[in-house]
Design a binder for this molecule. Structure first.
Ligand SMILES: [Zn+2]
Length: 133
């Protein structure tokens, strides 16, 4: 997060528990500070990085291919409770095709994702591009 934390007049540091997008385990605390309208931060928030255990599990698969983590359709950016549904491992060449043709991503962006070995996406997107039923 940025280092310019603005303290909320109503909620102070306005902390929120970060949760692993894969298993839901707590991964840390985010200090939200002032949020638009001086809202209270959600009790839980999605951490874009999986916890240590899940990362190890995903990294193991990433050695053999590209991991696509599918999140429950209830997930929306910044929602309290995104939920992991399943994951698919595809060959890196297939991942390249999915990201560039399926998503129209720019070459450099595709390269970045391939290098990381994984991507998170909503389950319904996985269905739409034919990864899962
Ligand atoms: Zn986890």
């Amino acid at each position: 997060m940025g280092k310019d934390l603005k303290i909320s007049p109503e909620h102070g540091l306005n902390p929120s528990v970060m949760a692993c997008p894969v298993c839901g385990k707590d991964t840390g605390v985010a200090l939200c500070g002032y949020m638009r309208g001086d809202k209270k931060s959600p009790v839980k928030m999605l951490d874009l990085d999986p916890c240590k255990d899940c990362r190890e599990e995903l990294d193991r698969h990433a050695l053999h291919g590209f991991v696509i983590v599918l999140l429950d359709d209830a997930y929306t950016e910044g929602s309290f409770w995104p939920w992991f549904k399943t994951y698919v491992v595809v060959k890196r060449e297939a991942a390249r095709r999915i990201l560039s043709e399926g998503f129209g991503m720019h070459e450099e962006t595709v390269d970045e994702h391939i290098k990381r070995g994984k991507i998170l996406m909503p389950f319904k997107v996985g269905v739409k591009i034919g990864l899962v039923q």
